[in-house]
Ligand binder design. Sequence first.
Ligand SMILES: [Zn+2]
Ligand SMILES: [Zn+2]
Length: 273
Amino acid sequence: MKVTLLGTGSPIPDPNRAGPSTLVQAGPLNLLFDCGRGVLMRLAAAGLFPGMLQYVVLTHLHSDHTTDFNDLVTTRWAMSPVEHPLPVIGPPGTEAYVQRVLAMLVDDIGYRRDHHADLNWDPGVLVQEAHDGLVFDQDGVRLVAAPSDHRPVAPTTAFRIEHDGQAVVIAGDSVPCAGLDTLCADADIYVQTVIRTDLVQAVPSARLQDIHDYHSSIEQAAQTAARAGARTLVFTHPVPAPAPGTEDEWIALATPHFDGPIIFATDLTVVET
Ligand SMILES: [Zn+2]
Ligand SMILES: [Zn+2]
């Protein structure tokens, strides 16, 4: 399997990091996890257009993970020569969220349908809500869901992709929890969004301090990886964004807890099983 960290940013605007989104290519399937800021630009850099995705998977409905979902829906629809509904998988609440996004797009849908005689269908989105257990088994690829813990944001879902005897986990935003431990068991690649506790604490913003209790710290992500027997740990969505050249400081905080390889992803980092 091939994992491309398309966007490795967080809600904080960053000139070098697009919003959170990760492409997993497993067998014949292209799976996009989350749709953060700039996802279509990074997807194009990875050689894919929206019409080439078999599934879009949302870990949760926080804005940084969904803000460009509407761009994906519109561009897939407007560029397709035939009706080509978008399959979307996400936690409970995703169907209602998608219907609200489609309602937001009603003006643009009308403009384009009125202008292009051959575009005579609306964008289609096929939602499957998933929270725990097998989501699909298709073309030799299994997608398994488990509840993550990003409370008070709930429900949120983490995912494990299995293909050819190997496993990749896309955890999304979560503190350590039983669901992550289950998915990460013997995983080849574990991708975790992280924060750095000491640097966040140093920021004089009361609002920013609220994020400590719903994100994995660097140390907690390493502990989850070690406890579950994951082989390679990938950090993404670092908060705050690391100053260039300080990535090794972050990794040094993890190594006392996990002795496998650790990759600090930047946009378009590729990790293969
Ligand atoms: Zn996030
Ligand atoms: Zn979140």
